[in-house]
Design a protein around this ligand. Structure first.
Ligand code: BES
Ligand code: MN
Ligand code: MN
Length: 461
C-alpha cells in the first residue's frame, strides 16, 4: 500500500486549504471570477500531479477542467469525475469560522481533525484525493491504468452544460469505468460503497392573489391570502400516512424485494445516534418504511424554501400579493423526472382556489441511478476498501443525487463507481461543512488500490 510521508501529508493539506479559500459558488454570478480562478487552480494541480495534457473548456456557464495521462492504449482507462463548485455558504452567521477561511479542528467523530470550509467534503476535498493519488502513483511509477479527469464547475446547479460537453466529446472521454468520490460512507470503521443515487425534480411555485399587498385589517378574512393558500396547498401534498398525493407519483416505483429490505437492515445504523446527531426527538416519514429506507429507496417531497409577505423586524399587518415556494422531489428507479415534474405541475394547479392564480416553473432534475455490484469496477472498489480499512465494505444506496451519472451511462456507455469517503455528519450544504483528515488520507491510499485491482481484473476479463 502506498504510504504517505508526514511531510507530504502537510503539503497535501496546505494545497487543499488553498483551493478551499477560493469561493467557487456556482449559483451566484457574483463569484464568476472566483470560479475561473478555481478552474485554473485545478488545471495547474492536475498538471503538477502528472497529467500530460490539461485543458480548460469554457461553456455557456462555468468551465470544465480536463486532464489526462495516457500510459498505454492496451491498459484500461479510468475517467475521474468531480466538481470544484460549491454550494452558497448561507446562513453565514451559523458558521463558527468563515466558510472560505479553512481551519482544522477535532470533533467527536474526527479525532485526528477535520478541515472546516465550504466544499471541504462536497466536493473539493474528495476530488482532490484523486489528484494526490495520481501524484503518488506517478511518483512511484505504479500507474496501472490510463486516467482522464473531468472536473466541472456546475454540479451544484444541475450540470446543464456538462451534458452538452459529454455529447460533443464522446471520443475524448472514452473510458472503461467512471470513478467518482462525491458521496459518503457509513462510518470510519465501516466503509461502504454507494450503489444508488436518487433522482431529482426541482420545482418553483408562485401564487398570486390581489394585485398589491393589502392592509390585513381592511381586507383580512375577505380575500384569499396567498401565503395561507400556498401553505394549505403544500400541506395537501402528503396524506395521513405521509405518502405523496400527486396522482401517478408512485406509478412505476419498483417494489423492493423482501431480501433486499432484509439486507438493508444488516448495515450498522443507530436510530438513537441519528436522532442525537441532528437533535430531534423523533423521526418522521412514510408509514411502513424504516428511516434508512425512507432516505434511500423511497421517493420524497420537500419544501426547500418558502417566502412572501413581511419577514423583517417587528410586526407589519399585511396580506401579501404573492407567495413562493421551492419544492424538490427525490425520485427512485422507475420514476422519470420529466414525467414527475409534469404530474406535479398538473396536480398543484388543481389545488388552487378561485381568487388565486398560480405559476409553476421547472428547475433542474435528473434520473435515479443504480450501480451494479457484479462488475469489475465494483469489485475493484470493494477490494481496495477492504485492504485499506481492514474491513469489508458494504453496498449502500444513498439518498442524494448526481444527475450527470445516469447521463454518463446513456452517452458514454460506461458505469460509474461511487467511492465516497465523507460522512453524513460532515454537514455538506450546511454551515460548518467539514472533511476528516483520516478520510482524506484514507481516500488517497484507497484510490491507487482501485487502479491496481481494476487493471488486474480487467486483464483477466
Ligand atoms: N455530492 C452531492 C450528492 C450526494 C451527496 C450524493 C451525498 C450522495 C450522498 C452533490 O454535490 C449534490 O449536492 N447534488 C445535489 C443535486 C444537484 C442537482 C444540485 C443534491 O443531491 O441535492
Ligand atoms: Mn457533490
Ligand atoms: Mn452538493
Amino acid at each position: 500500500m502506498a504510504t504517505i510521508l508526514p511531510s507530504e501529508k502537510q503539503r497535501f493539506i496546505d494545497e487543499l486549504i488553498e483551493l478551499l479559500k477560493i469561493p467557487t459558488i456556482s449559483a451566484d454570478s457574483k463569484y464568476n471570477e472566483d470560479i475561473k480562478k478555481g478552474a485554473k487552480w485545478v488545471k495547474d494541480a492536475l498538471a503538477s500531479a502528472g497529467c500530460t495534457e490539461t485543458e480548460i473548456f469554457p461553456t455557456k456557464g462555468h468551465p470544465i477542467v480536463y486532464g489526462e495521462r495516457i500510459v498505454d492504449s492496451n491498459l484500461p482507462t479510468i475517467l475521474v469525475y468531480g466538481h470544484y463548485d460549491v454550494q452558497p455558504p448561507d446562513p453565514i452567521e451559523l458558521w463558527d469560522n468563515p466558510p472560505f477561511e479553512p481551519i482544522i479542528k477535532k470533533t467527536e467523530l474526527h479525532k485526528e481533525g477535520a478541515i472546516f470550509a465550504r466544499g471541504a467534503c462536497d466536493d473539493k476535498g474528495q476530488m482532490y484525493m484523486h489528484i494526490k493519488a495520481l501524484e503518488i502513483m506517478v511518483k512511484n511509477d505504479e500507474l496501472t491504468c490510463n486516467v482522464k479527469f473531468m472536473i466541472e464547475g456546475e454540479e451544484e446547479v444541475g450540470s446543464d452544460n456538462l451534458e452538452l460537453f459529454i455529447k460533443q466529446n464522446k471520443e475524448k472521454l472514452r473510458n472503461d469505468v467512471i470513478l467518482i468520490s462525491d458521496t459518503g460512507m457509513i462510518s470510519n470503521s465501516q466503509p461502504s460503497i454507494t450503489t444508488g443515487l436518487r433522482g431529482l425534480s426541482y420545482m418553483e411555485v408562485t401564487v398570486t392573489g390581489p394585485n398589491r399587498d393589502l392592509h390585513s385589517g381592511l381586507y383580512g378574512g375577505a380575500v384569499a391570502n396567498p401565503i395561507n393558500i400556498l401553505t394549505k396547498m403544500i400541506a395537501q401534498l402528503h396524506d395521513e400516512n405521509n405518502c405523496i398525493t400527486i396522482p401517478g407519483f408512485y406509478e412505476g416505483v419498483e417494489n423492493i424485494s423482501k431480501e433486499e429490505r432484509e439486507e438493508m437492515t444488516k448495515a450498522p445504523f443507530s436510530i438513537d445516534n441519528y436522532k442525537k446527531e441532528i437533535q430531534i426527538n423523533a423521526v418522521y416519514g412514510e408509514i411502513g418504511f424504516s428511516t434508512l429506507e425512507r432516505s434511500s429507496i423511497r421517493p420524497s417531497l420537500d419544501v426547500n424554501g418558502i417566502w412572501g409577505g413581511y419577514t423583517g423586524e417587528g410586526a407589519k399587518t399585511v396580506i401579501a400579493s404573492k407567495a413562493h415556494a421551492k419544492i424538490s422531489m427525490r425520485l427512485v428507479p422507475g420514476q422519470d423526472w420529466e414525467i414527475i415534474s409534469e404530474l406535479f405541475k398538473n396536480h398543484i394547479k388543481t389545488l388552487v382556489p378561485d381568487g388565486i392564480s398560480i405559476q409553476v416553473i421547472k428547475h433542474h432534475g435528473g434520473q435515479a441511478y443504480v450501480t451494479p455490484t457484479d462488475n469489475i469496477g465494483y469489485k475493484a472498489a470493494h477490494r481496495a476498501y477492504a485492504e485499506t480499512f481492514g474491513v469489508e465494505p458494504i453496498p449502500q444506496k444513498g439518498g442524494g443525487s448526481i444527475p450527470i451519472v445516469p447521463l454518463f451511462e446513456d452517452v458514454l456507455g460506461t458505469k460509474s463507481v461511487l467511492m465516497g469517503f465523507g460522512l453524513d455528519s460532515d454537514a455538506i450544504h450546511s454551515p460548518n461543512e467539514h472533511f476528516g483528515l483520516f478520510n482524506f488520507f484514507k481516500g488517497i491510499e484507497t484510490i491507487p488500490l482501485f487502479y491496481k485491482n481494476y487493471a488486474k481484473l480487467f486483464s483477466q476479463k
